[in-house]
Design a binder for this molecule. Structure first.
Ligand code: AMP
Ligand code: GLY
Length: 446
């Protein structure tokens, strides 16, 4: 069968790499892909942008694609999965109705409240003046201000005081720093606790839980500096005890599935749920309607089962018949190499060297993100350039390998966080602390 993966990041390279390993797959098309996806055995890039819905449907039909897998949220929110299905192409990814769980914070908060799924208390505002008066009336800080729409992960602000929060409201609503996404804001209660995110594959009736995985959102070592799309990843993560996982399933995951059914939303794809866990139990911070990036890079390295079986079963509504996927017990650490200046402005077009030498390191795979090829030379072409992933028998071994490989790669302006999977996290990884152990929280990576 032929599979089409939509997108061009590290997530899509990892998905296409894993899809290509399936014996059932003859070819993996990636639209538009990057220099890494073009080099996958059985892989081929198609020059169609991820937001060109019509072009993608056309491509899938012309190429006789059996399954389309959508990476990013924007085309899902714009209805790509609906269009594929309407054209008779099987698709892994929710329709526009399900994608609203990520596409609108107001929608997702109302959804959570309607179905009594635990989340932070919140208010919505469609005028900056009203939002600021509300902020002035508040006695508890911090508060969290969120742009309603899609903002590439940059539309959420934890504000220490009224002055900061009002400035954020102005940026979002008056200056429209995130364009149309800033038509409304959500102001919500700040939740303390530990963050945990989970990927659940679903066909709308059955849930398949993926291994726990943790990314690092801040740009700098020790979690300082601005938020990014994610600077690194490790898996498995330690602190989700069985008791906590049961709680999450009972209080969040099953109610979410039920709520989708009640609302008549047929969800066939992945739900990536961000949770805050405290003594009050797990509460939902956000839903995403797609796989995380770089979370996926670690998941794909650790998944032993054939991914295509699960993606297809979800697209077909046949997940119930599937056994849970198998995962290697080995640990994975993934280090993002970024362009100097990211997440602000940065240069593109620098020559990348050492990629093959990096993959000579034991159990190491380099997934490309912002790269392109020009006359046989691979060049940087984005803020997040690539993700070096290594496996090892513990997080420490995986980490040593990932950085050894990373250091073999060269380009002008290359940088990374140096603390991905570092001892603080590794310490807990070895012990498996429980969320209520009262220990300081080494996993507050966001
Ligand atoms: P989101 O994009 O909604 O996941 O938010 C980005 C980050 O902001 C999360 O990963 C959390 O670290 C933080 N965050 C969002 N909402 C809250 C909240 N209500 N309380 C505390 N932190 C939050
Ligand atoms: N790594 C976070 C995300 O994909 O949203």
């Amino acid at each position: 069968m032929k599979v089409l993966v939509v997108g061009s990041g590290g997530r899509e390279h990892a998905l296409a790499w894993k899809v290509a390993q399936s014996k059932r797959v003859s070819e993996v098309l990636v639209a538009p892909g990057n220099a890494g996806t073009a080099r996958i055995e059985k892989g081929r890039n198609a020059a169609v942008a991820a937001n060109d819905l019509e072009g993608l449907v056309e491509l899938a039909k012309n190429e006789g694609v059996s399954l389309c897998v959508v990476g990013p949220e924007d085309p899902l929110c714009a209805g790509l999965a609906d269009r594929m299905r309407a054209a008779g192409v099987k698709c892994f990814g929710p329709g526009a109705d399900g994608a609203r769980l990520e596409g609108s914070k107001v929608f997702s908060k109302e959804f959570l409240d309607r179905h009594r799924i635990p989340t932070a208390d919140w208010r919505r505002f469609d005028r900056a003046g009203a939002a600021k008066s509300y902020l002035q009336s508040l006695g508890t800080w911090p508060q969290v201000v969120k742009a309603d729409g899609l903002a590439a992960g940059k539309g959420v602000f934890v504000c220490a005081d009224e002055k900061e929060a009002c400035a954020v409201v102005d940026r979002i609503m008056e200056e429209r720093a995130f364009g149309e996404a800033g038509g409304e804001v959500v102001i919500e209660e700040f939740l303390g606790g530990r963050e945990l995110s989970l990927h659940v594959i679903t066909d709308g009736r059955t849930l398949v839980l993926c291994e726990p995985v943790q990314d690092y959102k801040r740009v700098g070592d020790g979690d300082v500096g601005p938020n990014t799309g994610g600077m690194g990843v490790f898996s498995p993560t330690p602190f989700a005890s069985q008791r906590l996982m049961r709680q999450i399933e009972q209080r969040v995951l099953l109610p979410t599935l039920h709520a989708l059914q009640v609302e008549g939303i047929e969800y066939r794809g992945v739900i990536f749920v961000g949770l805050m866990v405290s003594d009050a139990g797990p509460r939902v911070l956000e839903y995403n309607c797609r796989f995380g990036d770089p979370e996926t890079q670690a998941l794909m390295r650790r998944m032993e089962s054939d991914l295509v079986d699960y993606l297809e079963a979800a697209a077909d509504g046949k997940l119930e018949a599937m056994d849970p996927p198998r995962w290697t017990p080995r640990h994975c650490v993934g280090v993002i190499g970024a362009s100097e200046g990211y997440p602000g402005s940065y240069e593109k077009g620098h020559a990348i060297g050492g990629l093959e030498e990096a993959e000579d390191v034991e159990e190491t795979v380099v997934f490309h993100a912002g790269t392109r090829e020009d006359g046989g030379q691979i060049l940087t072409d984005g803020g997040r350039v690539l993700c070096v992933t290594s496996l090892g028998k513990g997080v420490e071994e995986a980490r040593e390998r990932a950085y050894r490989a990373f250091d073999r790669i060269t380009w002008s302006g290359k940088f990374a966080r140096r603390d991905i999977g570092a001892p603080r996290a590794a310490f807990v990884a070895g012990r498996g602390t429980s969320p209520d152990s009262g220990e300081p929280d080494p996993l507050r990576a966001h």
